[in-house]
Design a protein around this ligand. Structure first.
Ligand code: ZN
Length: 322
């Protein structure tokens, strides 16, 4: 379960009936803010007196289906507008449908314009007894100080490594242990980042980057050109591949330099530090070219030429060590 400690704390507060009316939930993208707010909504509306949320009362069941009439969500893809906030304030002035409370969840609160935040402030300052509002934000600094001062802060740190590992193993049964371990290390408790890392697209990208690096290191120039130029990459695709290549060469360089990495990927064969640095440099040059609007095919060809040179440097490196 995500954010277990914070949920346990909220659950206990709800059981004691000590909940506040205004919360500001902050944490990075993908850390589970919305899921946490839904949990809190369930806890606040649950009719069981011992465990909140109990998960089985009619209110909890409605929440599990996302069909509770006393839970409203504004903002999502877009930032909540002034009109959204006014609608929410209007609803807050009405009586709850089912029970004693209404819960409002405001997503992307940090992206709200000052005008929308000011409109919301009215509700934050004098919330009706029955209302609880959750503002979800990635950055507290984007909220007006007046809004910040009214809400109780809940900071989400994400999951422990064990929790994240268990969850990912369950969600990605086809992934190997080392792959999961690498995703966990990279994600730093952020479930969204871990899922992104294990998703097919990013796995494919890392595989392509590895192929390019291996071709460069094993002096297979013709195949290197074929791998970089023939797919006719779009600008963003080539940029993503370069990002993966930079990350791979960086990780390998660290490994060669004896800097302990938390996650170990399969080592690149025949890679010297010089060659790895040259691969990183070539990728960086190509990224810069793409940013200055260079022709993509020309940039890919130039990258292939530079990467071919990596082997020359590597040869001197090997000779130099003899
Ligand atoms: Zn319940």
């Amino acid at each position: 379960m995500l954010n277990t400690a914070e949920k346990a704390r909220f659950s206990e507060t709800a059981r004691k009936g000590l909940c506040s009316h205004a919360y500001i939930v902050d944490g990075t993208a993908g850390i589970g803010k919305f899921e946490f707010a839904l949990f809190c909504a369930s806890a606040l509306l649950c009719s069981d007196s011992r465990i909140k949320p109990c998960g089985v009362c009619p209110s909890c069941l409605k929440n599990a289906q996302r069909e509770h009439p006393d839970v409203a969500v504004i903002g999502g893809e877009k930032a909540p507008s002034v009109a959204d906030v006014r609608e929410l304030i209007h609803r807050a002035s009405l009586k709850p449908n089912d029970g004693e409370r209404q819960v409002f969840i405001v997503r992307n609160a940090d992206k709200m314009l000052a005008s929308a935040q000011n409109a919301l402030l009215k509700l934050f300052e004098e919330p009706p007894e029955s209302v609880a509002v959750f503002l979800l934000t990635e950055s507290r600094s984007s909220l007006l100080p007046t809004v910040l001062s009214r809400g109780q802060r809940i900071h989400l740190d994400g999951m422990t490594e064990q929790e994240l590992t268990a969850l990912l193993k369950n969600e990605f049964p086809a992934k190997s242990g080392p792959e999961i371990a690498e995703a966990v290390a990279k994600a730093e408790g952020n479930i969204g980042a871990a899922r992104g890392y294990l998703s097919k697209t990013s796995a494919d990208l890392r595989a392509s980057a590895r192929t390019v690096a291996e071709l460069a290191l094993s002096r297979r120039r013709y195949e290197l050109f074929a791998a970089l130029v023939q797919p006719k990459y779009k600008r963003e695709q080539l940029a993503s591949l370069l990002g993966a290549l930079l990350e791979l060469s960086g990780t390998e360089l660290k490994r060669k330099s004896g800097i302990p990495a938390r996650a170990e990927c399969e080592p690149l064969p025949n890679a010297t530090k010089k060659a790895l640095a040259a691969i990183g440099e070539a990728a960086q040059n190509c990224l810069m070219a793409l940013e200055t609007n260079a022709n993509v095919t020309a940039a890919a060809s130039k990258l292939a030429i530079e990467l071919s040179g990596v082997t020359a440097r590597q040869t001197t490196d090997i000779k130099g060590r003899k």
